[in-house]
Write a protein that binds this ligand. Structure first.
Ligand SMILES: Nc1ncnc2c1ncn2[C@@H]1O[C@H](COP(=O)(O)OP(=O)(O)OP(=O)(O)O)[C@@H](O)[C@H]1O
Ligand SMILES: [Mg+2]
Length: 349
C-alpha cells in the first residue's frame, strides 16, 4: 500500500486532519478525515500559545481518527507570513533555495536568521544577463512555525514538512490540470482569509488578510452583548440577508452586514490591485472556500463587489474517497477541509 501522510490544519478552536495515500499521484486517496475542537484561545491566529492544550487535543484527534501514520505536514499562513515577487538567475530549484538567505534580506522586515524561507517558481523569462526564474518568495517568522512544530512533536507526532496554507489550498482546489485560465481562489477562515490568484493552477499572487468570520462574532458579543454561542447561531441564521427581524435582532443584522463589508472591501481591493498590475491577465472567476464563506448571502455579495462569477469550491473533488469516509457527514465540514487536504499533496504539484 502506498505510504500515507496526514495534513494537519490548526484552525480557530478546531484541529482538522486528513490522511491521504498517493499524494503525489494523479488520483490521491483520502483514507481518513477527522476533526476535534479545543478552546480557541490556545492559539493566536494559527500559532500555538498554550502547548498543553494543543497536545491534549492532538492526542484526542489521533485516538479518535485512527490514522495509520504519525507523519504530518503542517500549514503556516497568517499575516506574519510574507510573500514577495522575486526573480532569480535560472539554476536548479534546490540551489535557488540554498541561496535565498544571502539574497533576500532587503525584502524582509525581520532578520533573515529569524525567518524560514521558501521559493515558489511561477514562470521563466529572459533577464538582462540571461534566463531568470520569476517566482514568489515566502518568508515566515521561525518563532511562529517552531511553536506549532514543537506542539506536534510533544504529542508524539512526526512533522515531516511545513507549507504555506494558500499553496495547500491551491493544490486541493485549482491544481491537477482541472483549472484553466486565471482564477481567484478566496478562502475565508475565522481569523485569517487569503486570496490566491493562479493561472492554470500555478499561483501568481498571494495575499493573506488578517480577518474572517470571527470578526462578526466578536462584534456581536462586544457590541450587542450576545454570548459567543448566541452570536454564532444568530450569524449563521441571518447571514447578510436583511429581513423584517424583531427590533432586538435588527442591530445584529446591521452589525453582521457592516463588519462583513470591511472584509468584502479588502477582497475587492485585492482583486482590483491584481487587475491594475496585470491588465493583460483577466481573472475569469472566483472559487470560494472556508467556513466564513458559508455566511448566508456572502457568495452573492462577493459577486457584486468583484463583478466575477463565484463558485463554491469542493476540496475533495481531486480525491478518491476510501470506504471509511462518510460522505453524508462531509457537506458540513467541506468548506473548511481544503487546507488539511492540500497539505498532503505537497509533492504532487
Ligand atoms: N453557516 C455559517 N454561517 C456563517 N458563518 C459560518 C458558518 N459556518 C462557519 N462559519 C464561520 O466560519 C468561520 C470558521 O471558518 P474556518 O473553519 O474556515 O476557519 P478556521 O480554519 O477554524 O480558522 P482560521 O483559518 O482563521 O485559523 C467562523 O468564524 C464561523 O463562525
Ligand atoms: Mg483555516
Amino acid at each position: 500500500m502506498a505510504t500515507s501522510v496526514v495534513g494537519l490544519d490548526i484552525g480557530h478552536g478546531v484541529l482538522r486532519a486528513a490522511e491521504v495515500a498517493g499524494g503525489s499521484t494523479a488520483k490521491p486517496r483520502l483514507m481518513k478525515y477527522h476533526e476535534v475542537t479545543f478552546p480557541a484561545d490556545a492559539t493566536h491566529e494559527g500559532e500555538v500559545v498554550e502547548q498543553d492544550v494543543l497536545v491534549r487535543a492532538l492526542k484526542q484527534l489521533w485516538a479518535a481518527g485512527k490514522f495509520k501514520t504519525r507523519d504530518v505536514v503542517l500549514g503556516v499562513g497568517n499575516q506574519r507570513v510574507l510573500t514577495r515577487d522575486l526573480s532569480v538567475p535560472k539554476v536548479p530549484l534546490d540551489r535557488i533555495k540554498e541561496a535565498l538567505p544571502f539574497q533576500v534580506q532587503d525584502l524582509l522586515p525581520i532578520p533573515v536568521s529569524d525567518a524560514v524561507l521558501d521559493f515558489y517558481p511561477v514562470a521563466e523569462a529572459q533577464g538582462e544577463s540571461g534566463p531568470v526564474i520569476q517566482g514568489l518568495l515566502v518568508a515566515a517568522a521561525k518563532s511562529s512555525v517552531l511553536a506549532n512544530v514543537r506542539a506536534v512533536q510533544a504529542a508524539g507526532l512526526n512533522p515531516i514538512d511545513v507549507d504555506l496554507t494558500p499553496f495547500a489550498l491551491t493544490r486541493a482546489l485549482l491544481a491537477g490540470g482541472g483549472t484553466r485560465g486565471t482564477v481567484a481562489l478566496i478562502h475565508v477562515g475565522a481569523t485569517t482569509s487569503c486570496i490566491v490568484i493562479a493561472t492554470d493552477g500555478v499561483p501568481q499572487f498571494v495575499r493573506i488578510i488578517p480577518s474572517g468570520g470571527e470578526e462578526v462574532t466578536t462584534a456581536l458579543v462586544n457590541g450587542i452583548g450576545m454570548t459567543p454561542a448566541d452570536a454564532e447561531r444568530t450569524k449563521s441564521t441571518m447571514g447578510l440577508v436583511r429581513e423584517a427581524y424583531p427590533p432586538e435582532l435588527m442591530a445584529a443584522c446591521e452589525t453582521t452586514i457592516r463588519v462583513t463589508e470591511d472584509l468584502l472591501g479588502s477582497l475587492r481591493n485585492t482583486v482590483a490591485f491584481y487587475r491594475n498590475t496585470r491588465p493583460n491577465d483577466p481573472i475569469t472567476n472566483v472559487v470560494l472556500t472556508g467556513g466564513g464563506s458559508r455566511l448566508r448571502g456572502f457568495p452573492a455579495a462577493l459577486e457584486e463587489v468583484t463583478r466575477l462569477q463565484v463558485e463554491l469550491g469542493d476540496p475533495t473533488s481531486r480525491f478518491a474517497l476510501a470506504k471509511a469516509i462518510d460522505i453524508h457527514s462531509l457537506p458540513s465540514v467541506l468548506p473548511a477541509m481544503g487546507v488539511a487536504l492540500g497539505l498532503t499533496l505537497r509533492a504532487a504539484s
